[in-house]
Design a protein around this ligand. Structure first.
Ligand SMILES: *Cc1c(COP(=O)(O)O)cnc(C)c1O
Length: 373
């Protein structure tokens, strides 16, 4: 038996891993100090975590003891913040872990999920990992709206267990209208609504008005996912959470890794929620930054930015090579953005909203690049 034949086919066939360079490696490779790099490629929060979260981390009481497998303190805090009951809430090592957990408990090998690209890549990745079949129902290329009729037809034809939808969507930042989501919830499928960026859509209420999370306990087929990575600047500590229907909770408790949320992540997340003034202030600075970035991008003739309700802006690049533009920003200016070249996202770049001086540097570099074309 060769090592490869020892692997189940769906594992052997996984797409090759594309390494992500850590900050210090990136910094060494391009010969710039970490503080001179402007990283706008992964939608991280440029303001970082609340000072109170830092303090809480420094004063952590029990890092030598395993964490609470039920994350009781964090779930209580999340319930207050989100308005969903603690018994429906389950935190994870990032929302990413929960996407995998949902598939592991709900899918038998060969069963189907519906994915709505262009969207977040982890749904298809975890489906491959879990030997699931992926049916793609593409979004409208003009405005990234969901194709409700296409989804309905696919549900009828393929009887999927899961439908993944994202609002605001990554990478374009569009919201799913309530009427559309209501139609999807009528379908015989579990709807996983990923609200990783919902707080940026509704800064005054920090996601409360637009979020559907409080409906979860009253329905049988809605899961809502959220994260601390984008809102609270905790991407490196890996804390996300989901609200799940009551009938699914006992199964999730049985199937999850017992210590999936580490002590540091939990302590920082609770402190972040306690500092609601910091959350409100950083979100409103990012929303103001988004509006300024949008205005600046609109002024650059070779870019066509799409409207965004999130902390990033997707742009179509016109009349020039988008891959080259990304490469030039990195090598000449130390500015990192995301470049896409997959179906539905040809010649597109996605720029995360940075701090004001980072936005200035980016806009200056972009207009310089436009003139040098
Ligand atoms: C970043 C992101 C996540 C994952 O967040 P983590 O909590 O860091 O795992 C989930 N969904 C979408 C759409 C994202 O962009």
């Amino acid at each position: 038996m060769t090592p490869r034949t020892a692997l189940p086919p769906h594992i052997a066939d996984l797409p090759a891993y594309t390494p992500i360079e850590p900050f210090e490696v990136l910094s060494a490779r391009i010969g710039r100090a970490p503080q001179d790099i402007i990283k706008l490629d992964a939608n991280e929060n440029p303001y970082g975590m609340s000072p109170r979260a830092r303090q809480a981390l420094a004063g952590m009481d029990w890092p030598h003891i395993y964490p609470d497998p039920e994350s009781r303190a964090l779930r209580a805090a999340l319930s207050g913040f989100s308005g969903a009951p603690a018994e429906n809430l389950l935190p994870g090592s990032g929302a990413d872990e929960l996407i995998d957990l949902i598939m592991r408990v709900l899918l038998s090998p060969g069963e189907t999920i519906i994915n709505c690209p262009p969207t977040f890549g982890m749904y298809a990745f975890d489906a491959d990992l879990n030997a699931a079949r992926v049916i793609d129902v593409y979004r409208d290329p003009a405005n990234f709206a969901l194709d409700v009729n296409g989804i309905r037809a696919a549900v009828q034809k393929h009887q999927p267990k899961l439908l993944f939808v994202t609002s605001p969507n990554n990478p374009d930042g569009s919201l799913i209208p309530d009427t559309v989501l209501d139609q999807l919830l009528e379908l015989p499928v579990m709807v996983v609504l990923d609200e990783a960026y919902i707080e940026f859509a509704d800064p005054a209420h920090l996601g409360r008005q637009l979020s559907r999370i409080r409906e979860v306990p009253g329905r049988e087929n809605l899961i809502v996912l959220r994260t601390f990575s984008k809102l609270a600047g905790l991407a490196g500590l890996r804390v996300g959470y989901g609200a799940f229907p009551g009938w699914l909770m006992p199964t999730l408790w049985k199937a999850k890794q017992p210590y999936n949320v580490n002590v540091a992540g939990s302590v920082a997340a609770i402190a972040a929620l306690e500092d609601s003034a910091y959350l409100t202030e950083t979100v409103s600075m990012l929303v103001a930054g988004r509006e300024r970035l949008m205005a600046g991008l609109r002024d650059i003739p070779s870019l066509r930015p799409y409207p965004s309700h999130s902390n990033f802006i997707l742009c179509q690049v016109i009349g020039r090579d988008a891959a080259q533009l990304k490469a030039d920003l990195a090598s000449q200016h130390g500015i990192f953005i995301r470049y896409f070249n997959k179906p539905g996202l040809k010649d597109c770049i996605r720029i995360s909203v940075g701090r004001p001086e980072q936005i200035d540097a980016l806009l200056q570099a972009l207009s310089q690049a436009h003139r040098a074309r």
